[in-house]
Design a binder for this molecule. Structure first.
Ligand code: 7TS
Length: 413
């Protein structure tokens, strides 16, 4: 039986004290950091892990016989094992380390799709994708003559599931869908999408950049073929990321880039490639960043993904209620199933002006198109203001946001 909640139990937001960046003032106000969908802050444990590598273990990986290289390799490959556990991949061969979600999706587009596509073939995405899950597919369509097909959304910012499933056909060669929308916060019905695609034998890529920080991910339970995410949105360093790929598919794919580490043997007559996952990891990788990502995973596991999801759901409801109560506000993204993000516009205040006024009151949000221009085109707006939550945010952050917006409204009245 679960323990009854008592006042003495630690709250998720108590973790705030683990994040040095959150202890500062901005423009004379405590920092209310509500731009987590762009990049989340790092706990001291991540900063320390990166510093320890730089201070004590810095050497190249996979190639030295000396002590520091052994230590660096152990820490780097140890991070891969943590990532495998974290998303429950069947094998460490399925965890390809990249510099982020963007590189992971480009890798699949070029290495998996490009050799398989031709005129008449289709790639299915949705109207709410981040540019990183649009442009790589446009590129490969241009290269091969294939067609990009886009599933529609509705006014709440939800995927029209029936229409989406209706667009899958014998011609579909790949379905690529955000797990969670970065601009609207919509959690897509990925189980239904994966089930329908599997019936047709079509592989599915889930863009998990906004999924991983907010909910427990099990790639085997999801049943997807590829799952992509970025370290910097899950409290790790920038320049780190992951492509999970089903081993049989990765095995059949040619390398994405050539260079050191991805080979077994090179001669001018020909080159043989390394085993998975190294076949896809050419050159010296982001060693310190990946070690930091491993530390971020330890941190997330320590707090508990289920507790984080519960905390953020409650706080998102609180924030949405408070925002909706403001006069002249328009909310974008009101799906039934959402995570951690609310986009909005306030009267005729330009979102950039609003963001600047908020910054002067210590509130950090993102404004603009959020690299999801088609979403803005759907709503007929140039951009929005977006507040996005993480595990360390509190009702006090939301109250500071609301007070700052109220002040902006007075200034523009
Ligand atoms: N996919 C989604 C759903 C994203 O939210 C982002 C980044 C990316 C892909 C690309 O990730 P990257 O780490 O490779 O750049 N999203 C955002 C955002 O919402 N604001 O800034 C970056």
């Amino acid at each position: 039986m679960s323990q009854p909640q008592t006042r003495s139990q630690p709250q998720v937001a108590d973790c705030r004290r683990d994040f040095p960046a959150l202890q500062q003032q901005v423009s004379g106000h405590p920092l209310a950091y509500l731009d987590n969908a762009a990049s989340a802050q790092q706990p001291q444990a991540v900063i320390d892990a990166v510093a320890r590598y730089h201070g004590e273990d810095h050497a190249n990986v996979h190639r030295g016989v000396h002590t520091l290289s052994h230590r660096a390799t152990e820490a780097y490959e140890g991070a891969r094992d943590k990532i495998r556990d974290f998303v429950n991949a069947a094998s460490r061969s399925e965890i390809v380390l990249t510099k982020g979600t963007t590189e992971a999706i480009n890798l699949v587009a070029q290495s998996f799709c490009r050799p398989r596509l031709g005129p008449g073939d289709e790639i299915l995405i949705t109207h709410l994708e981040h540019h990183a899950n649009i442009v790589p597919w446009q590129l490969v369509c241009e290269q091969t003559g294939a067609t990009l097909v886009v599933a529609p959304i509705n006014e709440r910012g939800e995927l029209e599931l029936e229409a989406c499933l209706g667009l899958m056909s014998e011609q579909t060669r790949m379905v690529a869908v955000a797990h969670v929308s970065n601009a609207l916060g919509t959690i897509n019905p990925v189980a239904d999408i994966v089930a329908a695609a599997r019936e047709l034998g079509v592989p599915v890529l889930l863009d998990g950049a906004q999924g991983v920080p907010h909910m427990a991910i099990d790639v085997q339970a999801l049943g997807c073929d590829f799952y992509t995410f970025s370290g910097h949105k899950m409290f790790g360093p920038t320049g780190t990321g992951v492509l999970y790929g089903r081993e049989t598919l990765l095995d059949a794919m040619p390398p994405y880039q050539g260079g050191g580490d991805m080979i077994l043997e090179v001669s001018f007559e020909g080159t043989t490639y390394n085993e998975l996952p190294y076949k896809f990891e050419a050159g010296t990788p982001n060693i310190s960043g990946t070690i930091g990502l491993g530390a971020a995973i330890d941190y997330l596991n320590g707090v508990g993904l289920d507790r984080i999801a519960r905390h953020e759901d409650e706080l998102l409801s609180y924030m949405t209620r408070k925002l909706a109560d403001l006069p002249g506000i328009r909310l974008f993204g009101t799906a039934a199933s959402k995570a951690s993000v609310q986009s909005f516009l306030v009267g005729d205040i330009h979102p950039h002006d609003l963001g600047t006024i908020l910054d002067h009151q210590g509130v950090a949000i993102r404004t603009g198109h959020h690299c999801a221009m088609p979403v803005m085109q759907f709503f007929g707006i140039p951009g929005t203001a977006r507040a996005s939550l993480a595990l360390y945010n509190t009702e006090a952050d939301v109250d500071q946001l609301i007070a700052a917006i109220t002040k902006a409204q007075r200034l523009f009245a």
